[in-house]
Design a protein around this ligand. Structure first.
Ligand SMILES: NC(=O)c1ccc[n+]([C@@H]2O[C@H](COP(=O)([O-])OP(=O)(O)OC[C@H]3O[C@@H](n4cnc5c(N)ncnc54)[C@H](O)[C@@H]3O)[C@@H](O)[C@H]2O)c1
Length: 282
């Protein structure tokens, strides 16, 4: 395996904080960059809590303090200058990510691999902002990162076999299971999940069954741990709508049209757990 010592993580929100944590748990030195000081503090506190829980369950190699010591929180992107491998997990905003990759290309050594955790932006377009498109790939972690074992690896049009091999090795060294997907809207998980959730909204809209019964039917009938509405409320209905809109626009097929009821809930501000109301009231 290529020698990767220091991993840079950009953005330490829900995903970046988790990615920094699993990288440090796996023995990597981690530089975690965010523009927001309060987010950096929040991520460090969250990490300590999560690691303590894992340690109590006997699932942590080494002590909490040893893992935390490997993470260096920084507020300047230039601090990523000594990283061999960078995973970008900043806010899902196209302009922001395109600019970040241009900046990274100037700051990070030429041999380093640059990955993005984007859910919906073209890896190929992100790679084009750099002078090393062959060293850019997608690395799509699942939420919450410390608990979910999947990573979808995505090849941009120019990603080299050598780069992709290293991306797989890094994901596997973090204890993740790696699957390979093409650079297409939604990759695999969201391409299948979101139309499934959307269809549940169509069913609800048609009065096929109550939300509780639809969730119960899927849990027991398909052996899913959560029903589609429980999951949608957890993910955020605003996020679900935005992914459906991207699938609809980019794949151009009417089968991806968002359910009017999903749109109505979002218009009402019923985004799910985070706003106290979605399909269910919390
Ligand atoms: N939340 C999920 O379930 C999920 C799952 C898979 C992938 N993703 C992807 O992961 C990425 C991050 O999502 P999230 O849910 O963690 O978002 P989030 O809003 O929780 O965190 C985003 C972080 O990026 C930081 N940020 C914004 N601009 C920045 C900049 N210029 N430089 C550095 N940091 C900056 C913010 O301060 C914030 O801490 C997105 O691309 C998203 O599509 C999210």
């Amino acid at each position: 395996m290529a020698t990767i010592n220091r991993i840079g993580v950009i953005g330490c929100g829900q995903m970046g904080g988790g990615i920094a944590q699993v990288a440090a748990q796996s023995g990597y030195q981690v530089t975690m960059f965010d523009v927001s000081g309060s987010q950096l503090e929040k991520a460090m506190t969250g990490m300590e809590k999560s690691l303590t829980k894992l340690s109590e369950k006997g699932k942590l190699k080494g002590t909490v303090a040893e893992v935390i010591k490997r993470v260096r929180p920084v507020s300047q992107i230039e601090e990523l200058g000594n990283c061999d491998f960078v995973i970008e997990a900043a806010s899902e905003n196209r302009e922001l990510k395109l600019k970040l990759f241009g900046d990274l290309d100037r700051i990070v050594p030429k041999g380093a691999i640059l990955c993005t955790n984007t859910s919906s932006i073209s890896i190929t377009e992100i790679a084009r902002q750099t002078s090393r498109a062959e060293k850019v790939a997608g690395m799509h972690f699942m939420n919450p990162v410390p608990l979910m074992s999947l990573v979808e690896g995505i090849r941009g049009l120019a990603t080299s076999n050598e780069t992709f091999k290293i991306v797989r090795e890094v994901a596997e060294s973090m204890g993740k299971v790696f699957i390979e997907a093409k650079d297409a809207p939604g990759f695999v998980v969201n391409r299948v999940l979101l139309p499934f959730i959307n269809e549940a909204f169509f069913a609800l809209q048609e009065g096929l069954a109550s939300p509780k019964d639809i969730d119960q039917a899927i849990r027991l009938g398909l052996n899913h741990p959560m029903g589609p509405f429980e999951l949608a409320d957890y993910v955020g209905l605003d996020v679900c709508l935005s992914v459906m809109e991207i699938l609809h626009r980019d794949l151009g097929d009417s089968k991806y049209r968002p359910a009017p009821l999903l749109r109505k809930y979002v218009e009402a501000g019923w985004f799910g757990k985070k706003t106290g109301r979605g399909v269910y009231v919390y």
